[in-house]
Design a protein around this ligand. Structure first.
Ligand code: SF4
Length: 210
């Protein structure tokens, strides 16, 4: 991948999805961190369906840190893996309350030390919550980066490095959102809708359907 081709891809996607924005609903960093943990292995829609009641019951790190596991489990049940997710958000809230004065830390190192938060989640939180350039690689980003020729790897870190080497830092957050939107709308894992794809002429993937 060249920087020139990458620029064309990002511009074409931007023109095609001019209103791109995060699908997860959150109003502050506390809500963002909780929503990101809950979003593992499920859709943003599923997460949005439970966070209203969850945030009404537990409006901040302190209240969530005091929550009963069984109560939180009941509220997040429909997001799947609810035992672990509820445990992680409570434990994360305890650490933020005890060690960071109830404020989400803004460094990668500190974020990745919180229960339930790995590199991908830290990247989402850094870029969406703190305006720090970061490019999170989820399943859509991974698939499309490989199809478009940014990377030839199933390793999220290698794909992240390949993308950030070609895309200017100021566009990392945008590129993340565009690739996710493109994956959901057009470049599906099975049967991508290549006849509707705005970057079709720039794609030489063997997965192309036409
Ligand atoms: S042409 Fe097809 S495979 Fe290539 S990016 Fe577009 S939808 Fe995906």
């Amino acid at each position: 991948m060249t920087k020139e081709l990458s620029h064309k891809i990002i511009r074409a996607l931007q023109r095609h999805y001019p209103d791109v924005k995060p699908d997860l609903r959150y109003g502050n960093r506390y809500q963002l961190a909780v929503a990101v943990i809950l979003s593992a292995q499920t859709t943003d829609r599923q997460v949005n369906a439970v966070t209203g009641a969850l945030f009404r019951a537990y409006p901040d790190f302190e209240s969530l840190a005091r929550a009963r596991h069984s109560d939180v489990m009941r509220l997040v049940r429909s997001t799947g893996f609810y035992r672990n997710k509820s445990k992680n958000i409570i434990e994360m809230a305890k650490v933020v309350t005890a060690e960071h004065g109830g404020r989400l830390p803004g460094s990668r190192q500190e974020l990745e030390r919180l229960p339930g938060i790995g590199r991908k989640s830290a990247n989402v939180i850094l870029s969406m919550g703190f305006g720090v350039p970061a490019l999170a690689v989820d399943t859509h980003v991974m698939r499309i980066a490989n199809r478009l020729g940014y990377a030839d790897s199933r390793d999220p870190l290698a794909v992240e490095r390949a993308l950030t080497a070609c895309i200017p830092e100021r566009h990392w957050t945008l590129a993340h959102l565009l690739l996710i939107r493109h994956g959901r709308a057009v470049c599906h894992a099975r049967r991508p809708l290549c006849d509707r794809c705005p970057v079709n002429p720039l794609c030489s993937s063997p997965d192309k359907t036409r």
